[in-house]
Design a protein around this ligand. Structure first.
Ligand code: PLP
Length: 409
């Protein structure tokens, strides 16, 4: 008898964004004439930078000629891209990362979700609350979390990120093995300083743990004091893995390109306590299960590092940051406490009421879609997340409508 992986039955309802999509669809069906502005899901709206498009076209043309055609590429990514990444994203910031420690992929979501596979199923996992749901759900699927009761999985060490903690996780009191951190944070927009991140690196070193550091929003950092990479912290090479993505940096959400950094010094252990390099395990996994990102897409990603590409990406991110600043300023003026929106495209707003109630109010009265904070975890209750990913005119219109709604509410 074929049997299912019953850990899947422990997953809670559907993915948050499908719940939201259902509510929005129902509202639009009932109100066909209403123009709904979406500031919910973190998807970009601006076109790809011209430098990327140019490189993309050129690479497609290369595929059309026998002399330049390419078939299967290296699963870890072409050297031309890995070398640029290592040099510009890491070495230029003093982080000791080499090209062969970079694994190019089709998404930070897949990498974040898949990486846990190389670790034992009976390790202890620490996950922030609120959280990007992928970290939690993929550990549920792997059978690492235990059952769900009273809003939480029994086997997970939750790291509450609340006003009391400054929206940054505190070091776990219980010993943990695998730690998920995300900065700038989704959903809160919070950031971490170098001394704070150093505490985590020291914890991981002291406890033989590994940190999975999700830096998908690194490109939004404008404050020079903040670390862009965990590898700017001394000692991180032995205990950290970092995820990056071109999705937000260059508008690649529909084009798909990202990468994961696994330093050769990063070590995990066998049950007998023998050290093993994690790089070799991830290399084996990646080359066995992943086919590589298409050649034209990697050429388009490479163009991000050209002088034109760099300037165009900066302009793109500045555009969204301008939206974020407007949302933050207006929500604050309306009397709502906001976190994020600086060095981040997300604004985490204390709605002072139930998250879904506030979501419904904004949908029904302002016709604006946000994301209910409680969907990211128990500590998100009472909050909503507003995303700055939309056209500036739409964000201005949304803010105007929200102001009217909340002023009369
Ligand atoms: N990590 C975080 C924290 C995200 O918010 C997202 C996307 O929203 C991702 C990873 C996914 O990135 P990608 O588009 O590269 O899969």
């Amino acid at each position: 008898m074929i049997r299912i992986n019953e850990h899947y039955l422990k997953l809670q309802a559907s993915y948050l964004f499908s719940d939201i999509a259902k509510r929005v669809a129902a509202f639009q069906k009932a109100n066909p004439g209403k123009d709904v502005i979406k500031l919910g899901i973190g998807d970009v709206t601006r076109p790809l930078p011209a430098a990327c498009i140019q490189a993309f076209h050129k690479a497609v043309d290369e595929m059309a000629a026998a002399a330049t055609f390419r078939g299967y590429g290296p699963e870890q990514g072409y050297d031309f891209l890995r070398e640029k990444i290592a040099k510009d994203d890491f070495q230029a910031r003093g982080a000791d990362i080499a090209a062969d420690e970079i694994f190019v992929s089709d998404g930070a979501k897949c990498d974040n979700g898949n990486l846990q596979e190389i670790f034992a199923t009976d390790i202890t996992v620490a996950i922030p609350d609120p959280v990007y749901p992928v970290y939690l759900d993929t550990n549920v699927m792997a059978g690492r979390t235990g059952g769900f009761a009273d809003g939480r999985y029994a086997g997970v060490v939750y790291m509450d990120c609340t006003r009391d903690t400054g929206f940054i996780p505190e070091l776990p009191r219980k010993k943990v093995d695998l730690i998920y951190l995300c900065f700038p944070n989704n959903p809160t927009g919070g950031t971490i300083t170098k001394p704070q991140l150093k505490q985590w690196v020291d914890y991981a070193r002291g406890n033989k743990a590994i940190i999975l550091f999700d830096a998908a929003y690194e490109t939004f950092i404008r404050d020079d004091r903040l670390p862009h990479s965990i590898f700017e912290i001394e000692g991180a090479r032995e205990v950290a893995i970092e995820f990056r993505s071109f999705s937000k940096q260059a508008g690649f959400t529909g084009t798909r390109c990202a990468y994961t950094v696994v330093p050769k010094a990063c070590t995990a252990f066998t049950a007998a306590g023998e050290p093993r390099p994690v790089h070799a395990l991830w290399h084996r996994r990646h080359t066995t299960k992943f086919n590589g990102v298409s050649y034209p897409v990697q050429r388009a990603a490479e163009a991000v590092y050209s002088p034109e590409g760099r300037a165009q990406c900066r302009e793109l991110i500045d555009y969204y940051l301008r939206n974020a600043a407007l949302i933050r300023k207006e929500m604050t003026a309306l009397g709502y406490e906001c976190i994020g929106g600086e060095n981040s495209p997300y604004i985490w707003v204390d709605g002072k009421t139930d998250s879904w109630k506030f979501f419904d109010l904004l949908l029904e009265k302002a016709n604006v879609v946000c994301t209910p904070g409680v969907g990211f975890g128990r500590c998100g209750a009472g909050f909503i997340r507003i995303s700055a990913f939309n056209d500036h005119e739409k964000v201005q219109a949304a803010i105007e409508r929200i102001r009217k709604t909340l002023t009369v509410a």
